[in-house]
Design a protein. Sequence first.
Length: 227
Amino acid sequence: MTAPTRLAIAGWSLALLALVPVAARAEIYICKDGGGHTITSDRPVAECADRVMRVMSGGLVRREIAAPLTPEQRRQKQVEQDKLRADAVAAEEQRQLDRILLARYQSDLDIEAARKRALQPVQDLIAGSNQAIANAEKQHSSVKAESEFYQNKPLPFTLRRKQEEATRTIQNEQSNIQDQSATIDDINATYDAAMKRYRELRGSDASKPAIASAGNLDNSAKAVRKR
């Protein structure tokens, strides 16, 4: 075999070897159109833009191109993503509240003491309203006693004014008492929730004074996340 022949054979062999990996890497796109017919192509199939396409290479399915989401699916996905974000924000806020709670109170007795301090000014307002009502009722009784001298006659202006003032005072103070009673309910609900959460965080140690430290706060927060 002459030298030129050997060179030619070697060249063709190299060319054929170079073609092998290219063929092995060739991708075929396969899908079914709306009529159920299978379509194959060496590029994405336009007729299957709204449906699943398989990508094959070397006789094997290499990957799958999912069909585009419908408007309803996109809406549902957005709802799910929004919920995940909201849950993450709520979880972070709860962790911050837990750290504040553990830093603020050394035991559940501290929470009860804080409750009493918060309730005291509201209870003082209610006591003041009750006293004002008692004074107004006395004024009513006084006007009633004096009005006996004016039977079948119009009451003097001063007596009518005292009577009206007493009535307004009683109505206003009774309304104030209702408002302050609602405030007391809100305060108790707030401290009940704080007490419940504090006892969840500290468990059986809730009634014992805590040693406030960054390490303890971090450990408590980790314990909560594990539950």
